[in-house]
Design a binder for this molecule. Structure first.
Ligand code: HEM
Length: 468
């Protein structure tokens, strides 16, 4: 029997063969890649990553017990510290599949993220549309380096990282305590509870302007920040929301730097400088507001379920601070139990569960494995903070004592706690976040006992959702 193809069929067949050929050439799995589950053509590992990609990336797709967190491969009895996955390319500018390296070990995250080759960011059309690669969070290369260095220096000069924004935060904490005092005995929803004081603190850092977030009419900046949180996801948020306020922002810092820049290739030069300034303001709000306010919500949620922990913290506060004065940052060294509560909250909640993905800027050999240029690298912070081999069998329990020495008089730092990631792109607001959370939590515990709502005594806690 003879077959004849029409011209159209021949063209379609050739096109299909060409696509198949390009696919095979581009997506051939290099044997030097880290180990990982077998991927299918075009969809990669999408079928295995499924709904719970967080846990699959932690344990591998054949994991026998998806709910006991451990980065231990039960079959080979080896720790899975590095895995290779292929994710589909929906919204990512890659051909067919997105090569993805997942790091499940804090030491490896610190090591790889200290390498300049790992400092790229995965750009996709959404982040590109909003940020155009400007600012800090989604930029890379010279632009990122220059903008990050400048912002860090200014935040340091300004004193954020030296804690001199203490006045702002303590004022916000006092306002929060007053608002709680009006509601004693009534249930308060934990969602958005801390958005007002956190957004206002950030706003004061960039503009020196103060707003009463507890007034019946929400200040515009809080409305804008909440609309950002509601409407777009973490990576897709834009500085544009805050643009009308740019005239307030550090006029004698960034704008002076722009004015003094005469090199057209500089990221501070004229229009490019403006775009970066706009993006940075957005970055600070996006990265700083939801993370900090959610951490506070988690801290109060855990505390509401652990009255004994509250009693111990309050005994410490009574001894060190008393009731007649405010808590200051200088009290921190004498309040190790409060500090341990925060560290345990960072660990257990792991709110930035998979960090912010990085992208390899050049082919790199790492611990004998080949990490190709363009591959996405994910630090699986959730896995690192929930590894039973590191933290013990009670990894899902809220137990601040794990961060204290035996007689509970000193904080014990743990190398595997990296809620702010590590290396060259480590969180820029870490100091501000740690200081504000300390002041808020200590001020609340100094005055109140947090109890679960009798109408909702059991709370099902997930990293992303809380429900009765
Ligand atoms: C509990 C609060 C916070 C947590 C858990 C947190 C966590 C993180 C993490 C995991 C990253 C990704 C780092 C990486 O790419 O490897 C990050 C980046 C960043 N954070 Fe935070 N953050 C918090 C608060 C803040 C605050 C208050 C600010 C600013 C005021 C801030 C500003 C930034 C910026 C600008 C970046 C991007 C850094 C870069 O790409 O070079 N964060 N943060």
């Amino acid at each position: 029997m003879e077959f004849f193809l029409s011209f159209t069929e021949a063209v379609l067949l050739s096109a299909a063969l060409l696509v198949g050929f390009i696919y095979l050439r581009k997506n051939k799995r290099d044997p030097r890649y880290p180990p990982g589950p077998r991927a299918l053509p075009f969809i990669g590992n999408a079928h295995q990553l499924g709904k719970d990609s967080l846990r699959v990336m932690q344990k591998g797709p054949r994991s026998m017990d998806p709910f006991t967190a451990s980065t231990w491969d039960l079959k080979s009895n080896k720790k899975i510290v590095l895995q290779y996955f292929e994710r589909n390319c929906f919204l990512n500018n890659c051909l067919f599949v997105l090569r993805t390296i997942v790091l499940n070990d804090a030491k490896l995250v610190k090591e790889l993220f200290s390498d300049i080759n790992s400092t790229g960011r995965a750009l996709n059309p959404v982040t590109w549309y909003f940020g155009k690669g400007n600012g800090i969070i989604i930029s890379q290369g010279h632009n990122w380096e220059a903008q990050r260095r400048f912002t860090l220096r200014k935040l340091r000069d300004f004193g954020v990282l030296k804690s001199s924004i203490e006045d702002y935060v303590t004022e916000e904490a006092t306002a929060l305590i007053k608002s709680f005092e009006r509601k004693v005995g009534q249930p308060i929803s934990g969602t958005r509870l801390f958005n007002g004081p956190i957004v206002n603190t950030l706003w004061r850092v960039v503009s020196s302007e103060n707003n009463d977030w507890d007034s019946p009419v929400k200040p515009e900046i809080l409305q804008r920040a909440e609309s950002v949180m509601e409407s777009v996801n973490f990576t897709a948020v834009s500085g544009l929301f805050f643009a009308p306020f740019l005239r307030y922002i550090a006029p004698d810092h960034y704008l002076v730097e722009m004015e003094n820049t005469t090199d057209p290739s500089s990221s501070f030069y004229k229009e490019q400088g403006e775009k970066n300034l706009q993006a940075i303001v957005g970055d600070l709000f996006v990265a700083g507001s939801e993370t900090s306010s959610n951490s506070l919500s988690f801290a109060t949620l855990y505390l509401s379920q652990h009255l004994e922990t509250q009693r111990k913290a309050q005994a410490e506060l009574d001894r060190v601070v008393g009731l007649d004065r405010q808590v200051f940052l200088s009290d921190k060294p004498a309040l190790p139990y409060i500090e341990a509560i925060l560290l345990e909250t960072f660990r257990l909640s792991s709110i930035v569960a998979m960090g912010v993905p990085h992208r390899m800027l050049a082919d790199t050999m790492f611990h004998g494995y080949f990490l190709p240029k363009g591959a996405t690298v994910i630090a699986n912070l959730y896995a690192i903070h929930h590894d039973t081999k590191t933290w013990g069998p009670d990894v899902n329990e809220f137990r601040p004592e794990r961060f204290l020495n035996e007689d509970e008089t000193q904080v014990v730092r743990h190398d595997s706690l990296i809620p702010f990631s590590a290396g060259r792109r480590q969180c820029l607001g870490e100091g501000l976040a740690r200081d504000s959370l300390f002041l808020f939590v200590a001020s609340i515990l100094q005055k109140f006992v947090i109890e679960p709502d009798p109408a909702c005594p059991y709370v099902d806690i997930d990293t992303s959702s809380v429900s009765c």
